[in-house]
Design a binder for this molecule. Sequence first.
Ligand code: UGA
Length: 436
Amino acid sequence: MRLSVIGCGYLGAVHAAAMASIGHDVVGIDVDQRKIDTLSQGRAPFFEPGLQEILAEGIASGRLRFTTEMSAAGDATVHFVGVGTPQQKDGYAADLTYVNTAVDALLPFLSPGDVVAGKSTVPVGTAAELAPRVEATGATLVWNPEFLREGWAVLDTVDPDRLVVGVTPGEAGERAADILREVYHPAVAKGTPFIVTDRPTAELVKVAANAFLATKISFINAMAEIAEVTGADVTQLADAIGHDVRIGRRFLGAGIGFGGGCLPKDIRAFAARAEELGRGESVGFLREVDAINLRRRDRAVDLVVQALDGAVFEKRITVLGAAFKPHSDDIRDSPALDVAVRLHGLGATVTVTDPAAIDNARRMHPQLTYVTDRDEALTGADAVILVTEWDEYRRELDPGHASSLTRGRIVVDGRNGLDAAAWRAAGWTYYGMGRP
Ligand code: UGA
């Protein structure tokens, strides 16, 4: 099938390449010439395992191309809109400028029978706002949210755990759903749940999923706060409640909390939308989820200060990690970098290392010192804090080896990822999050 993908950021670039990898003819369109140039050369503009390969293959096969010209969408029959919906500068709501601009720019190139599939995460009701403009061209608007996780984005796109398509009742909607079944044919053929629903439900499914995940993380971090004043161990608590399959152990990792380009802004946008709908109280708990999450960053900084007897000024602190999570170079709302910046603000001499995110981190926070080599970063440190649980730090860093490099023996485990017993046995004073 001939597809266009409008917006070649995280979502769009992966979607375009993944759709070409399953045999479609795809054009990716973006206003950013530099991004288009990079993608056209078959290079991934960000770190994402597997993306480079399918981009290069797609370009070489001739099935995938990238351009800044919206007119290129004219050849396609299905158009995915995957532009960003960032948090507004002066509020919590989502900024829909890019969605509106992209859809308006696409309108002249739509033909009757085309399908426009919104993939961006939007406030519920957005499709209803856009529909009259799209449907005046004879095209059909559906909402087809995306659930990809950074680090697993390619896999999540070609082999998702569910597909959701929101359509309007009636023939055009049914036909559009059938077209999307064809687009996602390999996943559909293997029996992936394909949920056809109405557009508001599809929009809500996405934000509800992210709100649930954020709530799960903040729940366990709230338990960490209680553990901290009672001498309990939140990791054992999570293991114990996680055995209940109704609860489940995943996303019960207590630590410095969630960040990234999705969870934080999505829960805020959801709360803001609920207020607009007169149902602010229904998701009022999301404000608490946000507050708990941000408090964990303070807690990690306090632990370092406490461990250094209240005197961090000019102490050398090595920060292991900058990305908002491992397997990513994304530093958007990264709790890791936030902790590093705060320690720097307290006068500490902060050295940050990360296997993938240093370039991005340096661009945003040039005041910090960055060292690519892990061991070099550890050399001479008075204290070490783990803030992104890359395997390089969590599994592969031997505490005995670390002691041979650092000056102090203080380790703060902001992700509860280290083997506390092994670090203690090697002579370190170990501090976890929500652990005695
Ligand atoms: C999230 C969702 O997981 C995806 O399903 C969704 O499609 C995506 O947002 C999106 O809206 O596009 P992502 O932002 O890639 O994906 O990251 P997650 O794996 O969800 O992690 C989010 C944050 O939570 C990270 O900072 C991570 O370190 C933190 N986290 C995760 C915890 O603090 N504890 C945990 O137990 C799990």
